[in-house]
Design a protein around this ligand. Sequence first.
Ligand SMILES: [Fe+2]
Length: 454
Amino acid sequence: MKNCRAILKKLLENKEFLKILNDTADALGAGALILDVNGNILANIGHGETYSESEADSFPLNIKGEQAGYVKGSKKAQAIVSIIAYMLAAEYDKRDLIDEVSNRYKEINLFYDFTEKILDCNNLNDIVLMTLSLIKNFIKTDTVSIMLRNEETSWIDVITAYDYGEKTVKKSIAAYNGESIAEYVMMSGNAEIINDLSLDGWTAPDGGKSGSMMCSPLKVRDKVIGAICIATEKIAEFTSSDLKLFATLSHNVAVFVENVSLYKDLKEVFLSTVYTLAETIEMRDNYTGNHTKRVMEYSYAIGDALGMKNDELEILRLSAILHDIGKIGIRDSVLLKPSKLTDEEFALMKKHPVLGEEILKKIKGLEYVVPGVKHHHERHDGKGYPDGLKGDEIELNAKIISVADTFDAMTSDRPYRKGMDSKAALDELVRCSGTQFDEKIVNAFIKAYPHIDI
Ligand SMILES: [Fe+2]
């Protein structure tokens, strides 16, 4: 609802309009006082008529059911009232139209930015942060929260992005307790405005019990997959056009939230399939139980200590899981031989990185792991295999896997020897820095090792 009182006041500040009213009043020999709803005089129209207070009629000035003010005068003032009422209605419609155009413009801008920026989002955190950065340009808000029902725990997982300081916070809230607006909106399927949380008794997703909130379901093909809320610490007076804009935005968010979830599920299925494959191969060699898992954990810890980004760490993790996949092509008599290998057998064994490359390069989506797998037996000084690469010719993932793989080999028991303790193995890595290993990688492993929990 527009502010009708403000529209009346603004209208009476227009000198041309006042002249029309005065001319009309003079022609009719009428006079009128225009007052606001509190009885304050806004204008005194016409000069030709005198009337006593008791003779004066009072004519309300209403727009769409809301009183903007009133007119006092004799019956002749009725014409003045009609002109003002007509102009008020016209002004109201004009403002409506301006608001509509302005909202459309906002919507178009918002969705243009959203579509451009959403493509850079790989996870829910990114989506929440991006939504906050966009929506705060259009609607006042301090936080944006995305809430999804966790099918395993039956709780609601909440990710909140804050506009002051903190980036995102994750927590879970109990579902079905009736206190969560998210739960209510998910069940009703309708967006809601709560303009004063303290009066309505709702709790904001970040735990706030005062201020304002708007909450909209996240719907994809008529299925509610969660909810999105924006909340302010102080009362914000959200309007129905804010809600419309927010509800439309939430539809776009829903599509991407579902895509992220589907992508995550798919990635997990893929990772567990690859992991099972690597473990199956590992099971051929009884002496290396859990070798793949440990090499993966050590590699990941090194990459993390080196400050690698999430997507780089994912490729490193896959490369580590698959580093010995080529052993599938090494016959049992060589792979499982408990005693020392002959030169010929060792030459055969050294083929496993290239065999790994040949297997993996044919699999779509796994081409990124090939360098790490093919070169995990290269050495920093160029004396490794299969290509005798040295220094930075060796891809980073391969250098990392080399350190992780060697450390695990040194610390694992074999039928013919007991594994070294971790301190001795770390010392050995340091001793071989600059020859077998890149010093930077060894240093990162030494830094990360105390924090690895296997
Ligand atoms: Fe290997």
